[in-house]
Design a protein around this ligand. Structure first.
Ligand SMILES: CC(C)(COP(=O)(O)OP(=O)(O)OC[C@H]1O[C@@H](n2cnc3c(N)ncnc32)[C@H](O)[C@@H]1OP(=O)(O)O)[C@@H](O)C(=O)NCCC(=O)NCCS
Length: 151
């Protein structure tokens, strides 16, 4: 079983529990994205092979999550979000850093061209733009594919 990383008495990072955490993740999702994943999108992701996730918990409440998929030659971060009132505290950075540094393989993610805050965070963590993905999202916005080779 995967170890739970504990940062203080009331703050921890642990593997996602889909039954326990889904409603909190849906609420954070709605507060975080103009085009949020639906319940169906979350369930579909969970049903795919080789997918998993981690949540950040403060005082027993989920305040952030990161979902990822193990692919043949890489680990792809599919989704990451932090509750608006808990941002800029290092939670996103810690969720990504602990996963990427333990991955022991190439780590990728997609980010909207307009999402400068997320791009800055990923760049500070060592991710580099690999290429542009034109009209990647449902609303036709372009994405950057970013990659991280490891520590
Ligand atoms: C992108 C996102 C996940 C980042 O999560 P976060 O927890 O706010 O990230 P961090 O706190 O680790 O870093 C974000 C900022 O806080 C700053 N920060 C980190 N630790 C800090 C600390 N201890 N004290 C003060 N500031 C800190 C970082 O320098 C960074 O600065 P910036 O605002 O100039 O970019 C979050 O903003 C979010 O959920 N956004 C909406 C959804 C989204 O865009 N997801 C990404 C899709 S690709």
């Amino acid at each position: 079983m995967e170890a739970v990383l504990t940062f203080s008495n009331s703050e921890e990072q642990r593997p996602v529990s889909w039954i326990r955490d889904l409603s909190a993740m849906l609420a954070i999702e709605k507060a975080s994205f103009a085009h949020p994943w639906s319940l169906f999108d979350f369930l579909l992701f969970n049903c795919k092979a080789h997918t998993s996730g981690r949540v950040w918990v403060i005082g027993g409440k989920v305040v952030g999550y990161l979902l990822y998929e193990k692919q043949v030659d890489r680990l792809h971060i599919a989704h990451v979000a932090v509750r608006p009132d808990c941002r800029s505290l290092g939670i996103g950075r810690n969720l990504i850093r602990s996963l990427a540094d333990r991955a022991r393989c190439y780590v990728t993610l997609h980010v909207r061209k307009s999402n400068l805050k997320a791009q800055r965070l990923y760049q500070r963590l060592g991710f580099e733009v690999v290429r542009e993905l034109p009209h990647h999202y449902g609303d036709c916005e372009d994405a950057f594919l970013m990659g991280y080779l490891g520590p």
